[in-house]
Ligand binder design. Structure first.
Ligand SMILES: [Zn+2]
Length: 102
């Protein structure tokens, strides 16, 4: 639709309505986007780690020391190993030994 080519009053009223509809759909998109972000936020590492041994030290993993990388929950033995992994996940991911799926 080309706006402003016809300056008569009835058209302007219609244009106002269009503007409001546009704003309403924008608000809808924003609220849906916010809700989606919220869901991702709640998606914290609650999943069980895919590994039972720390990829850094080989010690048993602590269920609370986990990182999510590419959709996998990786467990670590301590906060130090977790930090090291997070500093360069791509480098350390190859050391993760995933448990066999049951
Ligand atoms: Zn450790």
């Amino acid at each position: 639709m080309i706006a402003g080519t016809n300056g008569s009053a009835p058209v302007r009223g219609l244009w106002d309505m269009k503007k409001w509809m546009c704003l309403a759909s924008l608000a809808l998109v924003l609220s849906v986007g916010a809700a989606g972000g919220f869901a991702a936020e709640g998606d914290k590492p609650v999943a069980k780690p895919v590994n039972s041994k720390c990829p850094m030290s080989g010690k048993p993993v602590d269920a609370e020391k986990v990182a999510v990388y590419k959709g996998e929950t990786i467990g670590f033995c301590c906060g130090n190993c977790l930090k090291k992994f997070q500093a360069d996940p791509a480098k350390h991911i190859s050391k993760v030994q995933r448990d066999a799926k049951k």
